[in-house]
Ligand binder design. Structure first.
Ligand SMILES: [Zn+2]
Ligand SMILES: [Zn+2]
Length: 536
């Protein structure tokens, strides 16, 4: 969920507004977006959101943020097309102010002059930003790798970076995602050899899954299909949408007569067919997941079909993806998902040698690693030290840590609110932290419901307390613990005075506290305790 704010005097521009898909620990949460408290507090200063490219981790939060902060959005043609689609789905398109920009152009926003520099990455139409500010030029790379043979023929604009390097750059903010990898990241084109080999060898149809934003990969699959005499089909909402958008904007070349309609896929000669399907990360309801268990209306995988996963396995998704692939193996498909016999996917982020090249070209006074976990930022900082191209200081920052640049130097300032906000998709509602804490609590330690029946008039217990549990059962001594819990409740009620017994909120709280202490001592767990009192 990338987001950076740049402020000069009373003007703020925001670079990217991404979302994150939740980790397992955020139970039942659909999406995570950045905390924008700082921007809301300084609402009148925010001039614009400027986008580097169309990936979810850079644009996904826009619909949620625009609801409170309807500022103009600047982005390249493809990035804006994807944003437009999102805003349409959220019913926000009418009010949005979208400004299309292109590499080589410059936008003036308050005291900032932004030049867009073309960079290569795993999707199309990506830019870095060179921002002229009153104290010097700041370069923000966005996501990049330095691809010398890009699929769309548009190379990384090394010249522009060199030009700024020569002029003098105050600060470089650079993508750290792949800083742990030595060497160079292979070109997007590097996958062609192996993909073509697999396509030619395929005895039946070929099913390829990649990120639906990987327009380069989609183009390659179309080209290879044409080369080997196969027609192409598209399955999955995001795949179909993105292909449609990219094609209508001229970013995808699809020869006439090449596309097989979705409803004809099942009856089409499998020897002459390739299908691009979304759902490479085995998202629960995605097309590929459904195809894997043979519950997709339009597509099935049969014996001897070739299934190619042309996407990185995002850490955290391994289990789901391999479970999905197991289904494909059970169907006796020929399944390819790693690079062990030739590249079928490549990363979109720069490895160490590309990072070094960029540092040498830009030679900034200050260097700030961005995009990545802390260890990656740390290693990127170490790499910058090693290269020695930073004349001033390398600043290793955590989220919410502002730096102020003046003519004299760079200074760390008081942290501002930053962090994550959880949302349920389909709504614009935020989920409060406390709700997630409860869900976590429930999932780990379960719930215990002591039920007691009190006679309203006498204040006496009508029967022995009942203890109902869910997701909480101490293994070997379960019975003993439950019996003990019953005694605790009994004792708590008996030792309470008549007045306490008449006030149910008091008696409930006493039961909860005593039971909590007892259960924690017996089981070292902290289940959620919800006393219920029946009036008889
Ligand atoms: Zn990206
Ligand atoms: Zn990214």
């Amino acid at each position: 969920m990338n987001m950076l704010a740049l402020r000069s005097g009373d003007d703020i521009i925001v670079i990217d507004a991404g979302l994150m898909f939740p980790e397992q620990e955020l139970l039942g949460v659909d999406l995570v977006i950045p905390d924008t408290t700082y921007l809301k507090q300084n609402k009148r200063m925010v001039r614009a959101i400027v986008l580097t490219h169309a990936h979810e981790d850079h644009i996904g939060a826009i619909p949620y943020i625009l609801a409170d902060l309807n500022v103009p959005i600047y982005g390249t043609k493809f990035a804006l097309a994807i944003v437009r689609k999102k805003l349409e789905e959220h019913g926000l398109l009418d009010k949005a102010k979208l400004h299309e920009v292109a590499a080589g152009q410059t936008t003036a926003l308050g005291p900032f002059q932004i030049e867009y520099l073309h960079v290569t990455h795993s999707t199309i139409d990506c830019v870095a930003l060179a921002i002229r500010t009153p104290v010097g030029v700041i370069i923000h790379t966005g996501d990049f790798k330095i691809d010398p043979t890009p699929v769309d023929g548009k190379p990384f604009d090394l010249h522009a970076f060199a030009r700024y390097g020569q002029e003098g750059v105050l600060a470089l903010f650079s993508d750290s995602t792949n800083v742990e990898r030595p060497g160079f990241t292979p070109s997007e084109k590097a996958v062609v050899v192996r993909l073509e080999e697999l396509f030619r060898a395929a005895p039946q149809k070929v099913v390829v899954s990649c990120f639906s934003s990987s327009i380069h990969r989609i183009q390659q699959v179309i080209d290879i299909s044409r080369m080997v005499g196969r027609k192409i089909g598209f399955v999955g909402r995001s795949m179909v949408d993105n292909v449609e958008i990219a094609h209508s904007l001229g970013y995808l070349r699809i020869p006439d007569g090449m596309v097989v309609r979705a409803q004809d896929l099942k009856s089409f000669d499998p020897k002459k067919l390739a299908v691009l399907v979304s759902g490479s990360q085995a998202e629960p309801m995605s097309s590929l997941s459904r195809v894997a268990v043979d519950s997709h209306r339009l597509l099935s995988v049969e014996e001897m079909d070739t299934v190619i996963l042309s996407a990185r396995i995002i850490p955290g998704n391994e289990k789901a993806i391999f479970r999905m692939l197991d289904h494909m193996f059970r169907r006796r498909a020929l399944v390819y998902y790693d690079n062990s016999n030739g590249l079928i996917h490549v990363s979109g982020h720069a490895s160490q040698e590309e990072q070094k090249l960029l540092l040498n070209l830009v030679r900034p006074r200050y260097f700030i690693p961005i995009h990545g976990e802390y260890r990656q930022l740390f290693r990127h900082a170490a790499l910058a030290h090693q290269v020695g191209a930073v004349s001033g200081e390398v600043l290793l920052l955590e989220d919410g840590q502002p730096v102020e640049f003046t003519a004299e130097g760079a200074y760390r300032r008081e942290p501002v609110p930053a962090g994550r906000v959880c949302v349920d998709s389909g709504s614009l509602e935020e989920i409060e932290e406390v709700v997630i804490r409860d869900r976590k609590h429930l999932s780990e330690d379960g719930v215990v419901v002591p039920i007691i029946a009190i006679d309203k008039h006498t204040g006496r217990l009508e029967s022995l307390p009942e203890i109902v549990t869910r997701g909480f059962l101490p293994s070997e001594n379960g019975h003993e613990v439950i019996n003990g819990a019953r005694d605790v409740v009994l004792r708590t009620v008996e030792q309470s005075n008549p007045e306490e017994k008449m006030d149910w909120s008091v008696i409930k709280e006493k039961i909860r506290v005593d039971l909590k202490r007892y259960l924690n001592k017996q089981t070292s767990k902290r289940p959620l305790i919800l006393p219920v009192i029946l009036e008889v």
